[in-house]
Design a protein around this ligand. Structure first.
Ligand code: G3P
Ligand code: CA
Length: 269
């Protein structure tokens, strides 16, 4: 049942404090009490779903290359952790700090689902498919197959599905819905189409996914969508004023890079 305080979704893990999309970033998000995790997925050359945001691994690793041209083995010895230069928060932590943690190997979606399966508390996962147009459905097809292997492709109660799928691509969301009709979907957008501005989403999109910039312009969107039975997932919300805006306007899922500080701000307000 819906609650007025938004669920805290750890965007790429606790990515303000650990390198995004690494096991360490997700473990920290779980320690920090995130209600859900967010990850981006791409397909490697040999058909594995890996958690990487960009088309290339250059920004987030010690190596270079395009994900779809690299094999999983080729990404297994690459350091995806050390590039992240966020300093510890307190002076004491800084004195004892050995530097950013190296993290060997790309995280696969299979491993991330395993991490959640083994976690004692139920934590949901929002999976965003990337490059859906270029590969014409391959990512969604592989996602459904992997969810089926984990017993997650047809949840008995979709309202509490452990996994939700999302994309900026309407084609991707539509394709996924056709293949896994019981898994909830989020249509992401960073500008309004006129119907969406009024809360009218296509039938295959269960949840509205506007960027925070749109809610700053038009916070009434959330209520209009709710009147039509649609919850809102808002990204990416780190600023206290934006957290307040989301809470006031009735956002249900709030994606943040910093789950601990977002949670404590929500608890204090
Ligand atoms: O959670 C949605 C948000 O992640 C979309 O933008 O670029 O961070 O994947 P991006
Ligand atoms: Ca994303």
């Amino acid at each position: 049942m819906w609650q007025p305080t938004p669920d805290v979704v750890a965007h790429r893990g606790a990515s303000a404090h650990r390198a995004e999309h690494t096991r360490g970033a997700y473990e920290l998000a779980l320690e920090q009490g995130a209600d859900a995790l967010e990850c981006d997925i791409r397909v490697s050359r040999d058909g594995h779903l890996v958690c990487v945001h960009d088309r290339r691994i250059d920004r987030t690793s010690s190596a270079r290359g395009v994900v779809s041209e690299l094999t999983l083995a080729g990404m297994s010895d690459v350091d995806f952790g050390s590039w992240h230069r966020e300093l510890p928060g307190t002076a004491d932590e800084l004195v004892n700090w050995a530097g950013p943690d190296p993290e060997r190997g790309v995280l696969t979606l299979d491993e991330l689902l395993g991490l959640l399966r083994d976690h004692p508390r139920p934590v949901r996962l929002f999976v965003e498919t990337k490059h859906p147009v270029r590969y014409g459905g391959l990512v969604e097809h592989k996602l459904v197959a992997l969810l089926a292997r984990h017993g997650l492709a047809a949840p008995a109660d979709p309202e509490h599905s452990p996994v939700l799928m999302m994309s900026f691509s309407q084609a991707a969301v539509r394709r996924f819905r056709a293949a896994a009709p019981r898994v909830p979907t989020v249509l992401l957008f960073d500008r309004f189409r006129s119907a969406w501005r009024n809360g009218v989403l296509p039938p295959w999109a269960d949840i509205a996914g506007p960027g925070i910039r749109l809610l700053r312009e038009d916070p009434g969107f959330v209520a209009r969508a709710a009147a039509l039975g649609r919850d809102t997932y808002c990204w990416t919300v780190d600023d206290p004023a934006d957290i307040d805006l989301c809470q006031r306007s009735g956002v249900r899922y709030l994606a943040t890079n910093s789950p601990a500080s977002t949670r404590s701000h929500l608890d204090d307000s």
